[in-house]
Ligand binder design. Structure first.
Ligand SMILES: Nc1nc2c(ncn2[C@@H]2O[C@H](COP(=O)(O)OP(=O)(O)O)[C@@H](O)[C@H]2O)c(=O)[nH]1
Ligand SMILES: [Mg+2]
Length: 316
């Protein structure tokens, strides 16, 4: 999958988190010598950035041990230590090929799930554009027949991007729409079928069952599918995102996470909390509302962007 991955674009998308974490830590550590109060301050800042309580405590404990042993004293060295600790923590988080699963299956099926308003439909448009831009054909399935206006929203994206869409009537059975779309994907020999679904609270069991039905229907028409079940999480929703991931994973076996709205939060440290608590890789991050505002997740680049020297301005 081809995504524009200019480092500047990542930095722009992560500016709020970088201001809070990288620039924030730099401002308190610059020219200082470590002491206990400063170590506590660091831990508070990491927790505030949603890094997670356990991860924040562990990294600061390790730093404290280095300090006590006399190996790290200067603020600048502490900053380097934390950057390395975060990278180490995320080691193994980046798949060999960043981005969503590249499969030889044709049609490859990507099922997109998540609670209301997290950014599913927008993320579907982003993925569709990037696949299309890489020279492969895409078909969209408008399987969110639940919310009024949802089909229209995806239709607008399809028209704007020049991508085909299969839809049913509002309130139509989403599994029936999925069935039609899967058959159309085979008949039209498209490379990728992207299924947008209705948002549901992760504890709404009837809607979860409906999602399982959608998954089962597409699997029946296209054996071995879905090849990717992408859970969209809102980066601004903090630790609640982890509870959502657990429920969706129980229902439909999530294979990857699309972490949307990274541009809108100073709490991008949630990537570390997600990696710590779930065995599901973050594959893509959403960094804006436009279809090009998507980046494959790469742990090293992510931490570099969060600690980048120039990343101190927050876009309007
Ligand atoms: N800033 C920002 N907004 C986003 C991003 N992704 C989605 N949104 C916005 O979030 C809102 C809900 O998105 P939508 O795709 O309709 O969510 P859905 O209900 O899960 O399908 C819309 O206003 C989107 O423009 C993102 O990466 N960054
Ligand atoms: Mg939607």
């Amino acid at each position: 999958m081809v995504f524009s991955s200019a480092f500047d674009a990542i930095k722009r998308g992560l500016a709020r988190t970088a201001a809070a974490v990288g620039a924030g830590l730099r401002s308190v550590l610059h020219g200082r010598t470590l002491d206990d109060a400063l170590l506590d301050d660091i831990e508070t800042r990491l927790v505030a950035a949603d890094v997670g309580i356990a991860a924040s405590r562990e990294m600061v404990s390790a730093l404290r041990a280095e300090f006590r042993a006399g190996r790290v004293c200067k603020g600048e060295d502490a900053l380097e230590f934390l950057k390395k600790a975060m990278k180490a923590r995320l080691a193994g988080a980046t798949p060999v090929r960043p981005g969503i699963a590249v499969t030889d299956a044709r049609p490859a099926v990507v099922l997109v799930v998540g609670v209301n308003g997290v950014g599913k439909t927008t993320s579907v448009a982003k993925i569709a554009k990037s696949i299309r831009d890489s020279g492969r054909s895409v078909l969209l399935a408008a399987a969110d027949t639940y919310r009024a206006g949802a089909v229209a929203q995806l239709t607008i994206w399809a028209e704007r991007l020049g991508i085909e869409i299969v839809k049913g009537a509002e309130r139509a059975d989403p599994a029936a729409v999925t069935f039609d779309a899967a058959q159309a994907a085979i008949a039209r020999e498209v490379d990728v079928l992207l299924i947008d679904t209705a948002g549901r609270l992760h504890n709404a069991s009837d809607l979860m069952r409906q999602l399982v039905k959608i998954r089962d229907v597409v699997r029946r028409v296209i054996p071995g599918s879905p090849h990717e079940t992408l859970l969209v999480l809102d980066a601004t929703s903090g630790q609640n995102a982890i509870a959502q991931a657990r429920s969706f994973h129980d229902a439909v076996e999530v294979t990857g996470i699309f972490l949307a709205k990274m541009d809108g939060t100073a709490r991008g440290g949630v990537v570390i909390a997600i990696h710590d608590s779930l065995q599901i890789p973050v594959k893509l991050i959403g960094v804006g509302e436009r279809p090009e505002d998507v980046q494959p997740f790469d742990a090293g680049r992510f931490i570099d962007a969060v600690f980048a020297e120039s990343a101190t301005t927050i876009p309007a």
